[in-house]
Write a protein that binds this ligand. Structure first.
Ligand code: GLN
Length: 186
């Protein structure tokens, strides 16, 4: 399984480490040619304006739309969630609100119950996180904080507004790799 991690900016190294620990082969993605042959892709957290500029500068928007639009599993976290929304790459039917919990003060942790993860709730680290302010009918909301959607799935696209690559709970990455494996073998 070859999984790409968008590495223009932000928290890509911790994602790569976690994916490798779970047995995936990882490639850092910086230019369109790096997308060749990927079975899955992670869009990490970071700063969404900077990431958008990087995607434009490198000519990555259209190749990303083609790859993800074809059904290649993608996992977007925090700024990566923002990248997939209607106002950015337009690959998920969600409207995200940046820094929705407040700019600096509201970096916090919360225990989240995911309907399809075995075991205890997931301890989630939120850093100037967005939330999903609205979504279309094809989107399933997986977790909320104070009534605000912070995790969602739409077909092969999984997004969370927190940082699952920090800490040692690998369940969401493992779940993502299950999707990648299923599609690669299917
Ligand atoms: N606040 C950042 C943004 O809007 C996202 C934060 C993150 O990725 N940790 O771009």
């Amino acid at each position: 399984m070859l999984v790409g991690v968008l590495a223009l900016q932000g928290g890509f190294a911790a994602h790569a480490r976690m994916l490798r620990a779970l047995g995936a082969e990882v490639r850092e993605v910086r230019v369109p040619a790096d997308l060749e042959g990927l079975d899955g892709l992670v869009l990490p957290g970071g700063e969404s304006t900077t990431m958008t500029l990087g995607i434009e500068r490198e000519g990555l928007a259209e190749p990303l739309r083609v790859l993800i639009g074809a059904g290649t599993p993608v996992f977007g976290t925090c700024a990566g969630l923002i990248m997939l929304d209607r106002a950015h790459l337009g690959l998920m039917d969600i409207e995200s609100r940046r820094n929705a919990f407040g700019r600096q003060v509201r970096s916090f942790e919360a225990d989240l119950d995911f309907p399809d993860l075995d075991g205890p709730p997931m301890r989630a680290v939120f850093i100037r996180a967005p939330w999903i302010a609205s979504h279309g009918p094809g989107v399933e909301i997986l977790a909320e904080v104070d009534g605000h959607a912070v995790a969602a799935r739409q077909e092969s696209r999984l997004v969370v507004s927190f940082h699952p690559e920090l800490g040692d709970d690998v369940r969401l990455h493992a779940r993502f790799l299950d999707d990648v494996r299923a599609r690669a073998e299917g």
